[in-house]
Design a protein around this ligand. Structure first.
Ligand code: TYM
Length: 374
């Protein structure tokens, strides 16, 4: 039977059925019971948990139980520098910042210049390395604590990482890598080794501290195949199995399905480097609308926020539940027009990006405080 959607670390196509994906990947839906347990520790729930944007996990229940017993854990996430950072990348990072604050956890952040050099035919090693440090500023701009946040760009931290990666690589066969990642005989051999490099930081907090520290990975669900490999080898190497918490994808602007991704083209993506005018033009021109064809029809029957990309983006970006509900209701009833809804998103993004640009400027001076190098 033909698959109606595809999710790999390099490609997301079609309308993702997240329930099916959870079964396919063998992860677990975050239950209401688990949400209540998180709330017990954090006081207030992050809106991305309330709205089930983060919806799936591996061993989060075990990690929380250990935390209750006084065991510390570390956060791990990352970025593949193939271009400028876009709004989709920020989704797991905004949530990670909250996790760092409420659990007082250190964050290990991997920037995979090696991966993007290996898998993107047109990018040089120098380009991906440079983009890596540029992308790091987007992370820092979100307010991470320099005392608890460790950023490393793979080729500049390769001695440490390689020593872990070879231990992992020895336990993973080519046929395993083919079935988990879809590699073929045409895939270059660098990529066959690559998953061991992304799995390595799962154990880095244990290695650096000499204690057994479990990691929790907040990321979109496309990255999960790596954690399968890391979790398989963890007991063989004597480390705790990494836990993960997965989010769904911020859709492409041109919607209504798929994920926002640089490879989907400029018109489907808002970058953190886009200026106010570009943001407005892209949204007004390309954001897929759930509105009706004519003003009369829209006023009479209302729009459909569930397929409207501007609304969908506000679900990911607008923290205030009341504001969001009002937008939903007004759009559904026809009170709010498509152009007006788009303008709400333009304002939200431009306010956010103005602050983000300022923070990124300041981050340039702070960068050294965050970087781990060999
Ligand atoms: P990359 O650079 O493709 O993506 C960085 C992070 O952004 C998430 N993401 C999205 N989240 C929501 N909506 C979207 N449209 C969207 N697009 C991307 C990704 O899931 C990821 O969390 N190989 C990795 C880099 C990496 C990594 C990690 C990522 C190394 N170690 C550990 C997560 C966790 C990559 O190329 O990510």
């Amino acid at each position: 039977m033909a698959k109606d959607f595809i999710v790999t670390p390099w490609e997301v196509k079609g309308e993702v059925d997240y329930d099916k994906l959870v079964k396919q990947f063998g992860t677990s839906i975050i239950s209401d019971n688990l949400i209540n347990k998180i709330e017990k520790h954090t006081g207030k729930l992050h809106y991305m948990l309330r709205r089930k944007i983060f919806f799936s996990h591996r061993d989060l229940d075990i990690l929380l139980k250990e935390y209750e017993q006084g065991k510390k854990f570390a956060l791990y996430t990352g970025r593949g520098p193939s271009g400028h950072t876009h709004i989709g990348h920020l989704i797991p990072w905004i949530f990670t910042k909250w996790l760092q604050d409420v659990f007082d956890a250190p964050l290990y952040f991997q920037i995979t210049d090696d991966e993007k050099f290996l898998c993107k035919p047109n990018l040089s090693k120098e380009e991906t390395n440079k983009l890596g440090y540029e992308n790091a500023l987007d992370l820092i701009a979100l307010g991470f604590d320099p005392k608890k946040t460790f950023i490393f760009v793979d080729t500049d931290y390769s001695k440490t990482l390689y020593n872990v990666a070879i231990q992992i690589a020895k336990k993973v066969t080519a046929s395993n890598a083919k079935s988990v990642f879809g590699f073929t005989n045409e895939t270059n051999i660098g990529m066959y080794f690559w998953p061991a490099m992304q799995a390595a930081p799962c154990f880095l907090p244990s290695i650096l501290s000499g204690e057994k520290i479990r990691t929790l990975i907040p990321a979109a669900i496309d990255q999960d195949p790596y954690w399968r490999i890391a979790r398989d080898v963890a007991p063989k190497l004597g480390y705790p199995k990494t836990a993960a918490i997965h989010c769904s994808f911020l859709p492409a602007l041109t919607g209504p399905s798929g994920k926002m991704s640089t490879s989907e083209g400029e018109q489907s993506t808002i970058f953190t480097t886009d200026d106010e005018k570009t943001v407005k033009n892209k949204i007004m021109k390309y954001a897929f609308s759930g509105g009706k064809d004519t003003l009369e029809e829209h006023r009479k029957h209302g729009g459909n926020p569930d397929i409207d990309i501007s609304y969908q983006w506000l679900r990911f970006l607008e923290e205030d539940d009341k504001k969001l509900k009002k937008i939903y209701d007004d759009y559904s009833s026809g009170k709010l027009l498509s152009g007006e809804l788009k303008q709400i998103l333009v304002n939200k993004l431009n306010n956010f990006l103005k602050k983000h640009r300022e923070n990124k400027e300041k981050a340039k001076k702070q960068l050294d405080k965050f970087i781990l190098k060999d």
